[in-house]
Design a binder for this molecule. Structure first.
Ligand SMILES: Nc1ncnc2c1ncn2[C@@H]1O[C@H](COP(=O)(O)OP(=O)(O)OP(=O)(O)O)[C@@H](O)[C@H]1O
Ligand SMILES: [Mg+2]
Length: 277
């Protein structure tokens, strides 16, 4: 299946919230993987079924220790857990200090996420810069989505990050603008900034800025979630993203070949996909 990486250039535009809401609405089986080196928010904000606390010892760090011998679906899922509501999550590091224990595992991890048989993976990669340890996860993704707000500074940082990212990533690129549903003019301004860039951002989405809806993904929700602007806008975005990444590409093959050489065996991801139907 496929890896979708969500990240931000600067600030806290709502990457974790977007990852959670998209994961909750994803039309296929999906795992939300917290790959933000700044530390897990899901473990703090969300609960396991029945309102129980999540197990913060089970996640990326335990996977790093266990996964040196291989990162198949069974190993990945053994280090994941379910949120109340049913979304499977892999809890990220508790603090940036734990990143050291990940060693060189980011690259195989990204590739394994992109090649899971049983689920797509949405990776919350947090803020991304050139020296960020989680860059290999972004590079392995089939779709890379930067999240920003419709403010001048957020868009300026988005531009700068896109200009750099395009040299390191050859996946499809998308941008999610988190903005008040009434502020379509602000969103259009973001699109015109992207139009003026040489970097091609193929996919553009407007996710509602909706404090009442977002509160559900912050452990503070009240009332009905399904009618919120956040859910309404995210439903279409999740469907479009899932459809975009539904076919393996040459990029996936190249990444896998680089990480796990297959020798001389000729391999076509397209043929493999069609053969498996
Ligand atoms: N679509 C939204 N509408 C309203 N509020 C939002 C939305 N998305 C996020 N928020 C709020 O903004 C704050 C930051 O959100 P979130 O943690 O998702 O951002 P982030 O980009 O992951 O931040 P960080 O860089 O700290 O990881 C939270 O209080 C959250 O409830
Ligand atoms: Mg976050």
């Amino acid at each position: 299946m496929a890896l979708v990486a969500l990240a931000s250039a600067k600030g806290s535009p709502g990457v974790t919230t977007a990852s959670l809401v998209l994961g909750a609405l994803w039309p296929r089986p999906v795992l939300l993987a917290e790959c933000d080196p700044a530390g897990s928010d899901v473990a703090i904000r969300m609960t396991a079924p029945g309102g129980q606390p999540l197990n913060s010892d089970r996640g990326l760090v335990s996977l790093a220790a266990a996964g040196r011998k291989g990162l198949g679906d069974d190993v990945i899922m053994a280090h994941s857990q379910q949120l109340d509501g049913g979304l499977d999550v892999m809890i990220g590091v508790r603090s940036p200090e734990q990143i050291g224990g990940m060693g060189g595992l980011w690259e195989p991890l990204g590739i394994s996420f992109n090649q899971m048989f049983s689920a797509d993976v949405i990776a919350d990669c947090g803020r991304i810069g050139p020296a960020s340890p989680q860059v290999p996860v972004v590079q392995a993704a089939r779709l890379v989505v930067l999240v920003c707000t419709a403010t001048g500074s957020s868009v300026a940082h988005l531009r700068e990050r896109l200009s750099s990212l395009v040299h390191h990533v050859d996946a499809q690129l998308g941008v999610v603008v988190v903005a008040d549903p009434k502020r379509r003019d602000g969103v259009k301004q973001v699109w015109s900034v992207l139009d003026a860039m040489s970097v091609r951002v193929q996919h553009r989405w407007h996710l509602a800025y909706d404090p009442a809806g977002a509160a559900f993904f912050d452990g503070r929700g009240q009332g009905r979630l399904d009618r919120t602007p956040l859910i309404r806008t995210a439903t279409d975005i999740a469907a479009e993203m899932a459809s975009l990444v539904s076919m393996p590409t040459q990029h996936d093959f190249d990444m896998a070949q680089a990480a796990f050489p297959l020798g001389d065996t000729p391999y076509s991801p397209q043929a493999d996909w069609e053969g498996g139907q």
